[in-house]
Design a protein around this ligand. Sequence first.
Ligand SMILES: [Zn+2]
Length: 235
Amino acid sequence: MLSTGCASNIYMGILEKKYPGAEMKQALWRAARASTLPEWYAAMEVMKELNEAAFQDMMNLPPKMWTRSAYSRDTQCDLQVNNMCEAFNRAILEYRDKPIITLLEGLKFYLNNRIVKQKQLMLRWRTALCPMIQQKLEDSKRNSDKWFANWMGDEYMSLFEVSRDNEKYSVNLESRSCACRRWDLSGIPCAHAVASMWFGRRVPEDYVHSSYRKQTFIDTYSHLILPNNGPKLWV
Ligand SMILES: [Zn+2]
C-alpha cells in the first residue's frame, strides 16, 4: 500500500506534467500543504480560477491521499512527500544486477555503512532533538514573537487563544494540539503553541514528539549487522 506521502508525490508529479506553469504548480502545492480545510478551500478556489479541468481532477482524488488538511494526526510526520523507495533503489543500483551472493554482500555493505554513519553523526550532536527538527523548532520560536497568547485560566495552564491581527487559533498544550493543525500533523510545535509555552515558562523542546529525539534515533540504529567470513571458510 502507498503511504500518503508517497501517493501525494506521485499525484503531484502527474498533475504538474498535465497542467504545467508556475502559477498552477504554486496552486497545487498550496492546496497540498494546506493543513486546515479553510486553507484548502481557498487554495482550490485559486486553482478553479486558473484551470477548471485541473480543479475537477483534484476534486476527484481522495483528499486524504494528497492534502495535509485531510491527513490524520496519528501520522506525526513532517514530510509532505516521501521518496524513500526511489532513494533506496538508487542507492543499490550498482548491486542490483549482480549474482545473488554479490548482491547480498553489496546490500550488507551499504546498510552497515549507513547505520554506522548515522550513529556517528548522532553521537556528535549535542542537543536532545535531531538537527533538522531542532531547526524547525527554532523557526517556530522565532515566529512565536509575532503572536499574542491569551491564557484561558484552566488548572493546568494548557488552554490558550493565540492571536495576531484578525487571525486566532486555539491551543491545547495538554493534548498537544493547535487549530492550525501543524503541530498535530507533524509532532513539532507551531509558532502558536510556542507562544503559549512562553506564557507559562515552558520548554518547547519538551513538547516535540518522542520520535524526533536523539535517543530515539540512536535506538533505531542500535541494531548491528554481524560480521561474516568469506566463501573460503564456508562448509
Ligand atoms: Zn498553530
